[in-house]
Design a binder for this molecule. Sequence first.
Ligand SMILES: [Zn+2]
Length: 267
Amino acid sequence: MAPVICYPTDSLPPAPLELYARARKGAQKTGEWVAQPRDAAAFRVPAGSFFRITCVEGPQVGDLNLWSADMSERFYSGKTRALHGTHLGVGNRMWSSFPSLRPMATMVADTLAWYGADEFGGRVHDVIGTRCDPHTHHLLSGGQYHHCCHSNLTRAVVAETGLPVDQAATLVHDVLNVFMCTGFTRDTGQYFMKASPVRPGDYVEFFAEIDLVGALSACPGGDCGSEHSSDTAPCHPLLIERFTPDAAALSGWSSPARNGYDGTHGL
Ligand SMILES: [Zn+2]
């Protein structure tokens, strides 16, 4: 029996990539942040602006979280995976959590698109991993390591919002693994990683569909070719830049509405 796609997306309007490209041409740079190695940076992008994540200095993967400006909506990795597949490419959306379930950002450029799928089934930019975290590390190896992506993102949320650390940690969620090369082994079905093909100058860029807070961690795994959750791997910074077009250049585009389900759940 042939498999059946769980969630055919034919009924979704395709991302208006030509409109975005036209708007991007006249956009001005309006912000810049750096996620330092084994650390994270938070940034804000208003709806209608672009943000680019660039590899600088050396191969490095990043763990990306997104929230609405009031932090009430967050990126929903699992549903994004169900809709678009295990790895994201140009034209795919990053969808938000229930009940809003709307596009938060759309990928508009990717210099690693050439990679496709390798002989092991590895691809880049996955929504299957979660983020390296000190709890799983403690479970499997013991110890108290504080520079996993989960902790890096937590510190970035504390710095951005002023929330206490325990509340900030609950806002961190499953990520988009920017530049990371991953897949599932054919024999055991286990999550694997390989050294990322990313090199200095490579970038991935997104269009912000709603007002966003983002946080990006430069993973302690570096290129994730060996191990994470330690200070062993060589690590490099990641650059985040924001570009803002003229409002007139976005004529014909509007920020997506929240999901239209009535929320009564049969009651
Ligand atoms: Zn990590």
